[in-house]
Each structure stands twice: as structure tokens, then as C-alpha cells.
Design a protein. Structure first.
Length: 278
């Protein structure tokens, strides 16, 4: 998929991410019209000139942030290209930085054999610094890039951890991410012990049948339930070997589980306001 026509078309359909070498004058005008009101206009010729200096044709424009930004596929880092950046900083030094091999995904993958640590490093350097609305797009590019760098067995292990760690950073984008990625997770535990888990839902929540998030903490579930109206606190039991993941040392005590693996889901309290009564 990397640099493929199909993927470029997919990016364009987002309405906010565009490959530089596919942007013509009329498209660029539309991008400028839809950028944030706080952003500084750019000239297409200057953007393409900057792209050519990188000699990679892997730059993308995005209008999702307060400014018109570029990010490149090799490093998958976010970089602001305000109009005055060309005069306020050393452009050559900046180009050297973003094209430095040590900042590349390839460099990280080649030198880190521990898939768990590599997943943390990739998420910390690629996903977390990105604007929230771009994280799913970046995640797809990241998976595609890494898939060609390591063998399939290691990639599948790494992909599992990347899904688990990235999901924690997505906030409200669960529905799309869960459908594409969380649903691909494999079971991780052999213990058949059953545990009680909870979920707080309200007027703005997805149904538990469409997502994977539960918690082992009743207090946390109550907090989620009571943030908005129509509070509902759910409880269920599940065997540990049916859990997809347990976030250790997590303040939310979150666990991931498929709805089909839940036993006896019960609404132990329901309210029409933001109060839960037991």
C-alpha cells in the first residue's frame, strides 16, 4: 500500500490529508479555503519546492491543525511549516533533522529486537505527538511501513502491541479504530479464572455490544456513567482467557473484551440524570 495510487486516493477522501505531488493549483485553493481560520496561508510553489529539496516525494499536507502542516511518510513525524519558518530558522538544518536516518521508522525497527519496546517507541514518536484526528491515518501508514521491514511472525506480534497501545491514545475515535483494528486482537491469557468487570454508559456512549472497553474498577465505571445523562452501570463476568488485554498499572483499570465473550451482562443501576444510585 505504501505510495500506492489506492492509498493516495484514500488519503484524499479524508478531506484533510493530501499528498503534495498530487495537489494541483485548484485543489490547493480548496485546501486553503478549508484550513483553520488561525492558519497562515502557504504558496503551493513553495511547498513543492520544499518537497523537492527533501528528494522523497513523501510529504503530505493536512488542514486538521491550526496551521497548514506537512508530515513525511518516512519519519511519520508532524512538522509545522508556517510561512515564516523559511526565514526564521535554518532551513538546511531543519531538512537535515527530518531526513536524519536516526529519526526514521526503518532505523528504529532495525535496531530494536524487543517487539514490546519497539511498539512503545513507535507509538511515543509517531502516534502521541500527532493531532487526534490524524492518528488513525498515521496508524495505517505506520502499519504499512513496518510490515515491509520485519518478518511476518514478528510483525504480527508488533501489530498486536501497536493496536493495544494506540487505542489508549485515541479518545473518542474508538468506533472506527475498533472495527478496523481492535477486532483483530488475539486472546493473550491462559488463566480460566472468572473476574467481574464493569462498564459505565450514558447518553453519549456506544453500546457495549459495539466496543471493547470495560474496567475492573466499579468506581471508574460509575465515573464514566455519570459524566452525562441517562447513566447506566453494567456488570459482567468473563474468564481471563477470554480477555484480549489487561492494561496493567492503568488508572482506569481498563480491560479489552469482545461482547460475545461476556457472561450475564446486567444493568445494576440506571438513571435519567447524571447520578447513579445503587
Amino acid at each position: 500500500m505504501t505510495n500506492s495510487k489506492e492509498f493516495d486516493q484514500k488519503l484524499q477522501k479524508t478531506g484533510s490529508v493530501f499528498k503534495v505531488d498530487m495537489v494541483n493549483d485548484s485543489m490547493f485553493k480548496v485546501i486553503q479555503e478549508h484550513r483553520s481560520i488561525l492558519s497562515i496561508p502557504l504558496e503551493l510553489d513553495r511547498v513543492k519546492d520544499f518537497s523537492s529539496k527533501l528528494a522523497c516525494k513523501q510529504l503530505y499536507l493536512t488542514t486538521d491543525m491550526p496551521g497548514l502542516y506537512l508530515f513525511d511518510e518516512k519519519t511519520l513525524k508532524m512538522h509545522a511549516i508556517y510561512l515564516d519558518l523559511f526565514t526564521s530558522v535554518d532551513e538546511a538544518a531543519w531538512i537535515d533533522y527530518i531526513t536524519n536516518e536516526k529519526n526514521s521508522i526503518e532505523y528504529m525497527v532495525e535496531r530494536e529486537g524487543d517487539m514490546n519496546k519497539l511498539a512503545h517507541d513507535l507509538v511515543n514518536s509517531v502516534i502521541i505527538p500527532a493531532e487526534k484526528s490524524q492518528r488513525i491515518v498515521l496508524f495505517e501508514i505506520l502499519l504499512d511501513r513496518v510490515s515491509g521491514l520485519i518478518n511476518d511472525t514478528k510483525f504480527q506480534e508488533l501489530k498486536q502491541m501497536l493496536i493495544i497501545l494506540t487505542r489508549k491514545e485515541l479518545d473518542v475515535f474508538f468506533e472506527e479504530f475498533d472495527g478496523k483494528f481492535t477486532s483483530q486482537l488475539s486472546y493473550r491469557y491462559n488463566n480460566t479464572e472468572k473476574i467481574t468487570i464493569y462498564r459505565g454508559e450514558n447518553s453519549r456512549s456506544q453500546s457495549y455490544e459495539k466496543t471493547f472497553s470495560w474496567t475492573t474498577s466499579k468506581e471508574v465505571a460509575i465515573w464514566f456513567a455519570t459524566r452525562f445523562n441517562d447513566s447506566k452501570l453494567l456488570s459482567s463476568t468473563v474468564a481471563k482467557n477470554n480477555l484480549l488485554y489487561i492494561y496493567e498499572d492503568d488508572p482506569e483499570s481498563e480491560v479489552l473484551v469482545r461482547a460475545a465473550d461476556l457472561n450475564n451482562v446486567t444493568a445494576i443501576c440506571v438513571g435519567n440524570s447524571n447520578r447513579v444510585t445503587e
